[in-house]
Design a protein around this ligand. Structure first.
Ligand code: C2E
Ligand code: CA
Ligand code: CA
Length: 780
């Protein structure tokens, strides 16, 4: 779940603060008001208690005044004197009704009951509360008693005639009605009750005012004594201040309390409108706060959200839509930082993109960039004519090896500049370490060849630095569109093939020739199968015998590879060896041939056959610096002398890489291995050049030998080659000897060895063994 957004959090914060502050204020206000009310309630209760006592006093005065009138009653006084009980009772009843008494009693000065309106039979009994009587003469004597669950206010008044003749006791019931009446007349609270103890901490209500709030019952239920000072109590879910005022009582009369309640809830009622107003203010404040918070948050959040959205777009690579936030606050600072960052990222990306698509040394676009540029052109103008040139600087690896990368880099920069001058507005790229690519749009074959030659001229001049003079060894391969392909990758590859061919040619420029392309699919599959055949040891090595002219003995044999391609029959070694050379498979092939030949040489030696074996090397083998070591190891592993092996190399193979060839052949010769120049006379090698090579044998190409019997020119050539060779110290072999006439001529001119169908066709190893074991058969 996503965390609440900035907007809602800010709004929430506003509201929470407002509610907190308002709530605390309300709580504080309530606390103060409550304390005030408690104090005020306490005061009021004390006043009320005083008022209650005063009311009872008033009652006493009223009753006393009423009874005083009675003492003026002549009839009563004489009835007392005459002991006329009936009259006394009737007078007492009359007055009692007037003062609201429930019972009237006349007592003698001895304190005994003389007449009682409620219990006429109690005459002569002492009055139940004598302590009330003693004080009655000095002042008004009144107190409350409880009788049969009811409270009575007893007022004792002496009767004078003029001397005291007795006392009248009026019992005024203190009941609900009286309390209600008192509430009406004075400032008594709504909650008034009279209570009397009925046990430990338990009280019974004996009268209550107009309002029944259950003060006593609630307090009694808790088992606590009634509070004599204003005390807080929860009664019926409401809050009260309660005060119990003990009323005056005679000895043995039972305690009676006036329980007064002050409802704080009621007292708080006047504050209710204030509370409501506060709530309203809070609500309005909340709504306003919400709105303002939302607006403020929106003011902040909007630009922040806009920047966040922009950041997401930047992540997707869109740098253009950065929001323009102009503000003087932190958000504005953020926006500025954001813009700065975007610019930096854009710049960095531009640099990275440039680096990804450009060559660091020359600053030219790289191969990938060239591919997409050409493809773009071809896509916008389908079928367009154009030429893709691959310009190779073929001496570069050698230059790097001898003078190092720094100088080689400067040379390539210089080459790029020269190339640019020729190419003009055309697209130039660095295709590989040693190659440039030039894309000539709307250019035909002739024009492309023309440009290629101008490039050759420009790069043909050596590069000079300090005292060093370096040939670049340029070559240009051309691929034409649409003829050679309509996609950049294909054109690049084909131009490369053409460049490869151009390296070997005299002109240094070549146009792609599909026939000669080693990468043609059928050739590639041929190579795949050849490699598989090598892995599976499925090739064969055949041997063609060589005859020593001096005595007609077969003293050596040339190893020739044979490949029966499954389902296709024998493949011409001329074909697959050439393709293997072009595709780099030749190394493996040569290793296989060497291993097989040396293994079989061991068998020859074991059979006591003294025949040396010649193995063909290709141009690439001659450049392989590990070759000599490998041959040596093989020979040593089979305990063969180096003299048992000889090697054949064509002229062109040596001319291609003279320095490397010289080194490799030198190592082999040093080991004692004979090296022969194969197909001699077919190439451009001169004797002068051969002198520098560690060669011991020349093999005259079969095109001069095949027709010796009939062709006078060939005879002259062969004779001079044999003589020259001998004079320079080489053994001379003639290959392609097919008839007796040729053989005879070769014998005549002193040729050392003859090889050809006449002597023997290439044959499996077993046949060679058989042939050599057979008794010498003279000249065939
Ligand atoms: P090459 O080295 O000049 O081998 C001699 C070729 O001439 C062989 O062809 C052989 O069969 C053929 N030949 C021999 N005597 C006569 C003759 O009297 N008349 C005619 N018309 N031809 C004769 P092959 O075996 O087809 O080999 C062709 C070429 O393939 C070889 O020419 C050699 O360049 C290459 N090659 C063969 N085996 C190997 C190998 O093991 N390694 C390498 N690197 N190249 C090989
Ligand atoms: Ca050969
Ligand atoms: Ca040959």
């Amino acid at each position: 779940m996503r965390a609440p957004g900035f907007r809602s959090r800010l709004a929430l914060f506003f509201v929470a603060s407002l509610v907190l502050v308002q709530g605390l204020t309300a709580l504080l206000t309530y606390g103060i008001a409550h304390r005030q009310l408690v104090a005020e309630g306490g005061r009021q209760l004390s006043v009320n208690a005083g008022a209650f006592v005063a009311q009872m006093n008033d009652l006493s005065i009223r009753v006393a005044n009423g009874v005083q009138i009675l003492s003026l009653d002549y009839g009563l006084r004489s009835a007392i004197g005459a002991r006329d009980k009936e009259t006394v009772l009737s007078v007492l009843r009359n007055h009692g009704r007037r003062v609201g008494a429930a019972r009237m009693q006349l007592l003698g000065l001895d304190g005994r009951v003389q007449a009682d309106t409620l219990a006429p039979a109690s005459d002569g009994e002492p009055f139940a509360f004598p302590d009330l009587l003693a004080s009655a003469y000095d002042r008004r004597s009144a107190a409350v008693i409880v009788s049969e669950g009811k409270a009575y206010w007893l007022v004792v008044v002496p009767i004078y005639a003029p001397q005291p003749v007795g006392l009248v006791v009026a019992s005024i019931p203190v009941d609900d009605a009286l309390l209600a009446h008192m509430q009406e007349l004075s400032a008594l609270p709504r909650d008034v009750e009279l209570a009397t103890p009925v046990g430990e901490g338990r009280y019974a209500v004996i009268a209550r005012g107009s309002h029944d709030s259950g003060l006593t019952e609630s307090l009694s239920a808790r088992g606590e004594p009634l509070p004599s000072t204003p005390t807080l109590a929860a009664i019926g879910g409401r809050e009260y201040l309660v005060l119990a005022q003990l009323l005056r009582q005679p000895k043995g009369g039972g305690a009676v309390y006036a329980v007064l309640g002050y409802s704080l809830d009621d007292a708080l009622r006047p504050y209710l409108p204030v509370w409501n107003a506060w709530l309203a203010v809070l609500m309005v404040g909340l709504a306003g706060g919400f709105l303002v918070a939302w607006l403020v948050a929106r003011g902040v959040a909007r630009p922040v959200e806009a920047l966040a959205g922009s950041a997401r777009r930047i992540a997707a690579g869109d740098y253009d839509d950065v929001p323009d936030v102009r503000r003087g606050d932190e958000v504005g600072d953020l926006a500025i930082a954001f813009h700065t960052m975007t610019d930096a990222i854009r710049e960095r990306e531009r640099r990275i993109l440039h680096q990804a698509s450009h060559d660091g040394v020359t600053g030219l676009p790289n191969r990938a960039a060239a591919e997409s540029a050409v493809d773009d052109d071809l896509a916008t103008t389908p079928g367009m004519q154009g030429a893709l040139l691959i310009v190779g600087v073929n001496r570069l690896p050698e230059i790097v090896k001898t003078v190092g990368h720094a100088l080689a880099d400067r040379l390539m920069r210089e080459a790029a500049v020269r190339l640019g001058q020729v190419a003009g507005t055309h697209f130039v790229a660095r295709a590989t370490d040693t190659q440039f690519a030039v894309w000539l749009r709307d250019t035909g074959r002739m024009e492309a060849i023309d440009t290629a030659f101008r490039i050759m001229d420009a790069l043909g001049l050596p590069y000079l630095e300090a005292d060093i003079r370096m040939d670049l060894g340029p070559a240009v391969g051309i691929a034409l569109t649409p003829g050679h392909g309509e996609r950049a990758a294909i054109l690049l590859r084909r131009a490369e093939v053409a460049e490869f061919a151009a390296v070997g040619s005299t002109r240094g420029v070549d146009v792609y020739d599909p026939e000669a392309d080693p990468h043609r699919p059928e050739r590639l599959s041929l190579m795949g199968e050849l490699r598989a055949a090598i892995e599976a040891d499925a090739l064969e090595l055949w041997y063609q015998p060589k005859r020593r002219m001096a005595d007609g003995v077969i003293d050596s044999a040339e190893a020739l590879v044979r490949w029966h391609r499954p389902g296709r029959g024998a493949v011409s070694p001329e074909l697959f060896v050439a393709v293997a050379e072009e595709t780099g498979t030749i190394g493996r092939l040569t290793r296989w041939v060497l291993a097989r030949a040396i293994r079989e040489m061991t068998a020859l030696a074991a059979a006591g056959i003294d025949v040396t074996v010649a193995v063909n090397l290709s141009a690439r083998d001659v450049g392989d610096s590990e070759l000599a070591g490998r041959v040596e190891a093989l020979l040593r592993a089979h305990s063969l002398p180096a003299q048992a092996l000889s090697l054949e190399v064509t002229e062109s193979a040596v001319i291609h890489e003279p320095a490397a060839a010289l080194q490799v052949l030198g190592q082999l010769a040093d080991m004692g291995i004979d090296v022969a120049i194969d197909d001699f006379g077919s190439g451009q090698a001169s004797f002068a050049y051969l002198r520098r090579l560690p060669v011991t044998e020349l093999k005259i190409d079969r095109m001069f030998v095949q027709h010796l019997a009939t062709d006078e020119t060939d005879r002259v050539i062969v004779q001079s080659l044999v003589e020259l060779g001998h004079r320079l110290g080489y053994r001379v072999t003639a290959e392609g000897v097919e008839d007796e006439g040729s053989l005879a001529f070769l014998a005549e001119v002193g040729c050392d060895h003859a090889q050809g169908y006449l002597v023997g066709r290439p044959m499996p190893f077993a046949d060679l063994v058989a042939r050599c074991m057979a008794p010498a058969s003279g000249d065939s």
